[in-house]
Design a protein around this ligand. Structure first.
Ligand code: ADP
Length: 370
């Protein structure tokens, strides 16, 4: 089967890595000839934001999917009309691409997400109370395009662009649920993961699984997941990013219609990974068992501040000597501050041991330039 993916980054790379054990051809479209997938797939250089590039790329594929959501949706709509299978469908990609449509979607389907106001420019009357979070309608990514407005004095910082203004949630935990649906209608989720964010310990890059949540919180998440999948009405693999507030209520932050950073530890931590699951969705195969083996965690390897150029991984050998650590590099030759270059998965018997190992590994390895 000819599988076409828009985007050739690390998510696509790990999908191919997992799916090599089966018999398919992966075709990747990316503007960068040296991207993570360029040398391990049937590669097409092109812009996934350009309609014609996507049409040309998609027309002879059995299925077209994405590993980044910022793609040309008009082209996907046309491919669907031509009878090409597009996963997830163009409609849900279009909704998720725009924060305003995404918020209205949650509202329409009574999926709890923080209270909000939409503005098209900063001249509009602001009725939402302080403090609030401003999120640009388009163009935001990895925390960019998101800012907190604390009070009136902060007003002049307001971006003059179409945005969602959203209540600031008093966050207890940031959680993520990865859930998949295939064409035969099977739905399966992974155990909920938690982003550990303790600024004192500088733990900002850790993701752990499973998280410790009450039955009530798990129930709220199950209800959200069910409503979301029903409303989205699409095959695919989705990452629903959630806030658990200090009163025990769960809110949807946002959803990614694709593989997600918060699911990387499933490569070694679960019976099957998010990549295996996504492959099965693309092929409409029975969905895989997602059970967790004990505790697992993930640490992103990001480019250090002040280093740009040909990448060098310092201290990696010390990590490779550890029994329960698994290194994944993304085949990117150039590092930049904050660029995601790889990750390390860790397995442990308890949450405490897991956090200890992650903190230890974080101190062992550095992504610098030669
Ligand atoms: P991105 O798509 O760039 O990752 P997010 O919408 O996930 O942006 O926001 C980035 C981070 O900002 C979140 O992980 C969370 O820590 C914080 N944040 C976003 N929205 C809110 C909110 N309504 N209340 C409190 N914190 C928020």
């Amino acid at each position: 089967m000819k599988i076409g993916i828009l985007g050739g980054g690390q998510l696509g790379r790990m999908l191919i890595q997992e799916a090599l054990k089966y018999d398919d051809q992966f075709h990747m479209l990316d503007p960068n000839e040296d991207c993570s997938c360029a040398h391990i797939s049937v590669f097409t250089k092109g812009d996934f934001n350009k309609k014609q590039d996507v049409l040309d790329f998609g027309k002879d594929k059995d299925v077209v999917s994405i590993e980044i959501e910022h793609v040309n949706v008009e082209a996907l709509e046309e491919l669907e009309k031509q009878g090409v299978k597009v996963i997830p469908n163009s409609n849900i990609i279009k909704i998720i691409q725009q924060k305003i449509l995404q918020k209205q979607f949650y509202d329409e389907y009574q999926i709890p997400s923080p209270e909000f106001q939409i503005i098209l420019s900063k001249e509009e009357e602001i009725v939402i109370g302080f403090p609030f979070v401003q999120k640009l309608n388009t163009g935001g990514y990895d925390g960019k395009g998101v800012q907190i407005i604390k009070d009136e004095n902060d007003f002049n910082n307001l971006w003059d662009e179409p945005s969602v203004l959203e209540n600031l949630v008093d966050i207890d935990k940031e959680l993520s649920l990865i859930i998949a649906k295939n064409e035969r209608g099977e739905i399966k989720s992974f155990p909920v993961t938690e982003m550990v964010a303790d600024p004192k310990l500088n733990l900002l890059d850790f993701n752990i699984c499973p998280t410790q949540i009450s039955d009530d919180v798990q129930n709220q998440i199950d209800v959200i997941a069910e409503k979301f999948m029903k409303a989205a009405d699409s095959e695919g693999l989705f990452a629903i990013e959630l806030f658990l507030d200090k009163n025990g209520k769960v809110w949807v932050n946002e959803t990614a219609p694709r593989l997600h950073n918060s699911g990387h530890q499933s490569q070694e931590g679960n019976a099957n990974s998010q990549f295996e699951q996504f492959y099965r969705v693309l092929k409409n195969l029975p969905l895989a068992d997602t059970s967790a083996f004990g505790f697992s965690g993930m640490l992103n390897l990001v480019g250090e501040e002040n280093f740009s150029g040909k990448v060098k991984y310092e201290g990696l050998e010390n990590v490779l000597k550890l029994p329960n650590a698994y290194v994944h590099l993304y085949g990117k030759t150039e590092t930049k501050p904050g660029r995601k270059m790889g990750h390390i998965n860790v397995l442990a018997d308890s949450r405490e041991e897991l956090l200890e190992q992650l903190i230890n590994i974080k101190s062992l390895v550095k992504v610098v330039a030669e």
